[in-house]
Each structure stands twice: as C-alpha cells, then as structure tokens.
Ligand binder design. Structure first.
Ligand code: AQP
Length: 328
C-alpha cells in the first residue's frame, strides 16, 4: 500500500475560534483528514508570544481541542495534540534559529502588524515563524493547509528546509502551503478590508464559532456593505464579496451560482441567507463543543493520546538533526 503524505497544521489558542479559522483552515482539515497522515496541533507555545492570562489561556487550549473535534476532526483519523506536550518543537525551533538570518525573520509581515499593536514586543513574537517552521518540519509534513495570512511563514519553512538540506545533507521534506480556492482569507464584517481575527478586542465584526444563533444573525445583519445594491464578487465591493465568499464556502456553491441566485435580490436577503448558512453549519459543532467543554478529563485524555502517538517520531527526527549538525 502506498504511504500517505503527511499534512500538518496548527491553530493558536489566542482566543476563541472564528468563522475565518473555520473556513480558511479547519473545514479543509476535516475534508482532507482521511486522505493524508493528518497531524493537527493546538500551538499553545505560539499563544505565549503576546501578553496572556494563564487561566484564559488554559480555557482557550481546552476550547481549541474541543472545537477541532466539534468541527469534525476525528481522533481516529487525525492526530490532535498540544504543541507544548512535544518538547521537540521548541528544541528544533532553537536549532533552526541558528540557520535563520535576522533579516529574513524581520521581513515577516505578521510580526510587523502584531508588534505595532502591543506595548511590549517579545523576542518570542519575532521568532514565532521559526518555531512554526519547526512545527511543520519535525513531522516531515509535505502539505500545510492554511489560510492566506500564513503563506509567508510556510515560505520561510521551505527556505529553512532547503538551507538545512543543502548544508547538512537531505534531512527534511520541503513543505508546501495548501490554500483553499475560496475562503483563504475571510474579512472582518465591520472592516471588510481587514482579516477576521480571533484576538481582536472588538468582536462585532468577527463571528465566533461559539456565538449563539441570535448573535450570529445580528453580527451578519450589521455587516458593512456598500450603496450600489449589486450582489456580485468585485474587488471594489469587499463587504459584499466577503459575505458571498462565506455563503459559497458553506453551501458548496460556486461564485457564479451564488451571483445568479442572488441576482435581483437585495442585501437584506443576502445577509439573511448568509446567517442561515452559518447558523446551520455551526449547530451540530456547537452541541458537541458544549458537551466536550463539560468533560475536561476527556479533553486531557485526547490531547495525551495525540502526543503519545507523535513522541517517538519527534525524538527520532531530532536525533538525526542533532547528529547532522555535529552534536554528540
Ligand atoms: N480570517 C481568516 N480567514 C481565513 N483563514 C484564517 N485563518 C486565521 N484567520 C483567518 C487561518 O486559521 C489558521 C489558524 O490560525 P492561527 O490560530 O494560527 O493564527 P492566525 O492566523 O494569526 O489567526 P487569528 O485568528 O488572526 O489569530 P490571532 O488573532 O491570534 O492572530 C491558519 O491556517 C490561518 O491562516
């Protein structure tokens, strides 16, 4: 039997999952999990790169595991675990730091954006793309299914894998980003030129997977659109295009089908149908999520199971890398 390719992706427990995280990433993980050796990580070490409250972080980590399973990741098909439970991530991160040039780390646009927001900027925030490269490379992932905002970080992982292989001999699989054709970037409903983000202080433009149907409907009803009344995809209609993207990805319609369907209808109808689609998509995951969040022992058990499956592979990879780099 042919060996399955490995896919790896992670999600940072820096808040509660958004519709953007779902459409840009988790939905695709669910759809891909049977075809690949699938590894999905709650990348908790990445959440420490900004100021955090430990109690909140702990809840967010549990919520992340619960959400991944609620959204359809099956622990029998996918390995789901917490990054901090495999110390090899941090260790490989250090080794890769030593072959990452300061200038290339400094060019990461997410760092530039996020460092503008915080009063204090940690070295961890600067370095997080290198840790992300280690996350991917530790398990020799060939494909990394992610949203558009992570494209530059996977490019860095590729650069580091190639650099390491050239200097020390073939060691790492060179990973490739895998992006959904539609929905790789879902925008904030209030500011439709800005990415929808889970750590945004103002959640009015951001649909959270845990939002009640009433809250979802009200956020979508208040979504910013424009005044020309046409329901079409267009660069100069970011609000309407964003709503159409959400509609298409959740109803499996093509952009053309959606435009035809909404032809002659008004923005009120569009918003109503988008809200219906989001509410219907999230109904079952929300039930499962609530049940799992009341059973932290089960979430602990699932996270432990995932880490145990990967521990040996991580140690073996690190041993090879260290030996190639000259460590005894
Ligand atoms: N708005 C989005 N549209 C499409 N995909 C998105 N992703 C995030 N936001 C959108 C994808 O979700 C996966 C997990 O993201 P992450 O948790 O690693 O961090 P992020 O990319 O920085 O996402 P957030 O929600 O914006 O977190 P904060 O606010 O903490 O920075 C990734 O594949 C990402 O592309």
């Amino acid at each position: 039997m042919e060996k399955k390719l490995t896919i790896f992706s992670g999600i940072k427990p820096s808040g509660r999952f958004t519709l953007g995280n779902y459409i840009g990433a988790v939905k695709n993980w669910q759809e891909m999990q049977s075809r690949y050796n699938s590894i999905f990580s709650v990348v908790d070490l990445h959440a420490l790169t900004v100021d955090i409250n430990p109690d909140e972080l702990r809840e967010n980590i549990y919520a992340a595991i619960a959400n991944l399973i609620a959204c359809g990741l099956d622990p029998n098909k996918s390995t789901i675990y917490c990054q901090s439970h495999i110390s090899g991530h941090a260790e490989l991160g250090w080794l890769l730091n030593c072959i990452t040039w300061f200038g290339e780390a400094g060019r990461m646009t997410q760092f530039k954006d996020k460092s503008r927001k915080g009063a204090q900027v940690s070295v961890g925030l600067f370095d997080y793309p290198v840790l992300m490269a280690a996350d991917i490379m530790l398990f020799d992932a060939a494909l990394v299914p992610i949203g558009e905002d992570q494209r530059q970080h996977v490019e860095l992982s590729r650069t580091l894998a190639v650099r390491f292989n050239n200097k020390y001999g073939n060691t790492f699989v060179v990973p490739e980003g895998y992006f959904p054709k539609l929905g790789a970037k879902i925008y904030d409903l209030q500011e439709p030129t800005k990415k929808m983000s889970k750590s945004d202080a103002d959640a009015s433009g951001c649909v959270l997977l845990e939002d009640s149907p009433e809250v979802i409907r009200s956020k979508i009803k208040r979504a910013v659109t424009d005044s020309d009344g046409k329901i079409v995809f267009s660069k100069d209609k970011p609000g309407v295009s964003n709503l159409l993207t959400i509609y298409c990805t959740l109803t499996n319609k093509t952009p053309k089908q959606a435009e035809e369907y909404f032809g002659g209808k008004g923005y009120g109808a569009l918003k109503n149908e988008v809200a219906d689609a989001v509410i219907a998509t999230l109904a079952e995951p929300q039930e499962i999520f609530k049940r799992l969040m009341n059973d932290k022992a089960e979430l602990d058990r699932l996270a432990k199971l995932g880490a145990e499956k990967l521990q040996k592979q991580a140690c073996a990879k690190l041993a090879v890398v260290k030996q190639k780099m000259g460590l005894i």
